[in-house]
Design a protein around this ligand. Structure first.
Ligand code: ZN
Length: 85
């Protein structure tokens, strides 16, 4: 189950709680039901950053593999022509 961040609209207390989807807990401080689920922007940003970073890494790896393959092809051709001169 995910941990959600909540902010009490009554007393401003911020707390984290493991809740079922769409379940809203009461404030542990003042027991008010007026709590707001917080969207964790930092988590979302770091996730997408990590994702694009690993994507770039994967793309760089693919490029280097392609380069190596091109290089190997060129090398092969060069050897072939040398052997068959
Ligand atoms: Zn409260």
């Amino acid at each position: 189950m995910p941990i959600y961040e909540f902010k009490c609209l009554s007393c401003g207390h911020e707390f984290e709680k493991i809740v079922k989807l769409n379940e809203t807990p009461n404030c542990p401080d003042c027991d008010s039901g007026e709590v707001e689920k917080q969207v964790s922007f930092s988590a979302a940003v770091s996730t997408s950053k990590t994702r694009s970073k690993s994507f770039q890494k994967a793309r760089a790896r693919t490029n280097s593999i392609k380069k190596e393959k091109d290089h190997a092809d060129a090398e092969y051709k060069r050897k072939y022509y040398e052997d068959h001169r």
